[in-house]
Design a protein around this ligand. Structure first.
Ligand code: ZN
Ligand code: ZN
Length: 71
């Protein structure tokens, strides 16, 4: 396993997007554990976010659950 930066909160541990704290992708740690070697999620290009075309808001990528990394 490898520790990598949580894409959803950009490593800050705070979800400043939804203004909830701590970030519920990484539990406020700012990093997530992924299998070694870390691979960017191809679905969201490592951003962890997908723009919802319906309401134009960012939502967590379903491929990586917001972490930005393939699991
Ligand atoms: Zn996070
Ligand atoms: Zn993703």
């Amino acid at each position: 396993m490898a520790m990598v930066k949580c894409a959803w909160c950009d490593g800050k541990g705070i979800d400043d997007f939804r203004l909830t704290s701590p970030c519920n992708v990484c539990d406020g740690d700012g990093y997530v554990n992924v299998p070694d070697p870390p691979t960017e999620c191809g679905r969201c290009s490592g951003t962890g976010k997908i723009r919802d075309s319906f309401n134009n808001e960012f939502v967590k990528c379903s491929g990586c659950r917001g972490s930005g990394w393939a699991r």
